[in-house]
Design a protein around this ligand. Structure first.
Ligand code: PGA
Length: 253
């Protein structure tokens, strides 16, 4: 069975104290065995990682991740954080290629491919994001668009390496807009992504790589989304900032 994941991307929200309060509520409310043996992964801002780690270290089903990493190992890159630094503070995951990073920080396909490789080499699990804008969806080219993103970001990996990746399909038009893709649209894209993986790699890749959906996942739509055959969980933004909502989402498997 594929791994099920409820990932909470806090983005640039919460002071340290607010983040601690949120995490402590989550730890108290989340059962030590989630439905479907799901894992919860928290993605606080860099500044909070070490402190948040302390709250979750006794919990085997709650992990920690960073929202970004550098494609460089070390050196004169002011403001950047390397995969080895993340590894050294106990992060297990890193989000790579979120549409906000692509759009506002100009992150390119080749740069993301490098970040993915660095993360895997350091032993972190990359959550590689892909997804089309509304314009692309309306022209009907969304599958090709997502295919190109995945090809650029992941297809340089060997089979052994790609098996360490998690993919998140996040249509940009559904992020933070309250407009969720329908479960049919999500399932269709996730299945297409599996077929891309089958075409490029062996069936073990298409069968075992978790594919998450992101874009206005809420307690009232999570169950239907997660029930789709090829949806293995969610990358949750806004609703991950509210303890009860995020717990309800994690209990939706
Ligand atoms: P949202 O964000 O849940 O607020 O739409 C999802 C994301 O950007 O990962």
């Amino acid at each position: 069975m594929r791994k099920k994941i409820a990932a909470g991307n806090w983005k640039m929200n919460k002071t340290l104290d607010e983040g601690k309060t949120l995490t402590s509520s989550l730890v108290n409310m989340l059962s030590s065995k989630l439905p479907g043996n799901a894992e919860v992964v928290l993605f606080p801002p860099f500044t909070h990682l070490t402190s948040i780690k302390e709250f979750i270290q006794d919990r085997s089903n709650i992990s920690l991740g960073a929202q970004n990493c550098s494609e460089h190992d070390s050196g004169a890159y002011t403001g950047e954080v390397s995969v080895e630094m993340l590894k050294s503070i106990g992060a297990q995951y890193v989000i790579i290629g979120h549409s906000e990073r692509r759009e506002y920080f100009g992150e390119s396909g080749p740069q993301l491919a490098q970040k993915v490789s660095k993360a895997i080499t350091a032993g972190l699990t990359p959550i590689f994001c892909c997804g089309e804008s509304l314009d692309v969806r309306e022209t009907g080219n969304h599958e090709k668009f997502v295919f190109d993103q995945i090809e650029e970001g992941l297809f340089h990996l060997s089979l052994e390496e790609v098996l360490r990746v998690v993919i998140a399909y996040e249509p940009i038009w559904a992020i933070g807009t309250g407009k969720t893709a329908t479960s049919k649209q999500v399932q269709e894209m996730h299945l297409s992504i599996r077929l891309m993986l089958l075409d490029q790699y062996e069936s073990i890749a298409s069968e075992t790589i978790p594919i998450l959906y992101g874009g206005s996942v809420k307690p009232d739509n999570a169950q239907e989304l997660f029930a789709q055959a090829d949806v293995d969980g969610g990358l949750v933004g806004g609703a991950s900032l509210l303890a009860q909502d995020f717990v309800d989402i994690a209990n939706s498997f």
